[in-house]
Write a protein of this length. Sequence first.
Length: 245
Amino acid sequence: MSDLDLTGITVRFGGHTALNDVHLTVQSNSITGLIGPNGAGKTTLFNVTSGLLKPNEGSVRFNNELMTDLSPYRRAKLGLGRTFQRLELFPSLSVEENIQVAAEIRGEWFPSSLGTSSVISSVQQVMKLTGLDSIASKSVAEIPTGKARLVELARTVVQGPSMLLLDEPASGQNENETEEFAQILKILNTEGITILLVEHDMSLVMDVCDKVFVLDFGTLIADGTTDEIQNNPVVIDAYLGGANG
Ligand SMILES: Nc1ncnc2c1ncn2[C@@H]1O[C@H](COP(=O)(O)OP(=O)(O)OP(=O)(O)O)[C@@H](O)[C@H]1O
Ligand SMILES: [Mg+2]
């Protein structure tokens, strides 16, 4: 069984085809990478998957359920979490309050599951896992981007997703922060969360991913293991030759 199946996804913005007949499957419990140059269509694919954008063609299935016409919140309720490339936090609230807001939304969705014993279900547990407990009362406006990325991750994790779509989550993090971030992703994955990771930091992608898809100009040009992708001349030519890491 796969967690996510995208079939024949095409998105056009006026005369520009941002995604062209994309087929992509994310296996349950994997960490799958989605890489490619700027403008390749990665964020557009996330928008289609999370329901912010309706594709011109194609379908989205999550746990074998057709979701193409579901609203974003219905998809979130079914277990699909996402973060944003451009941070979308509440800057006037503290770190803890930002996460608390998401936890309260989850509480409204699933009143009976409040107080569940899952390792990552409470605000305190998620803050501990991400190391944010040490800056819990700081205003989000005051913390560096690397930490704000963790707040966005924590806010999504506290909603109890079975799958996370992460859009350049390490952007703005230094090398140490990215290494810690890789460990957090591995723990989340061990806890049963499937991850689809869009990232330009190739050392992170190659460290954590089981499998990688490569987009270029809206078309999938390759997929394979990290070794296969790193040694694929088409991928090196289109992207890796110029990417960092
Ligand atoms: N709302 C929109 N209206 C018009 N064009 C758009 C819109 N959103 C994205 N595009 C275009 O679609 C293409 C894909 O954009 P997208 O943001 O998905 O790329 P990306 O792979 O996420 O790039 P990056 O690595 O820079 O984040 C680009 O050419 C972009 O300019
Ligand atoms: Mg993007």
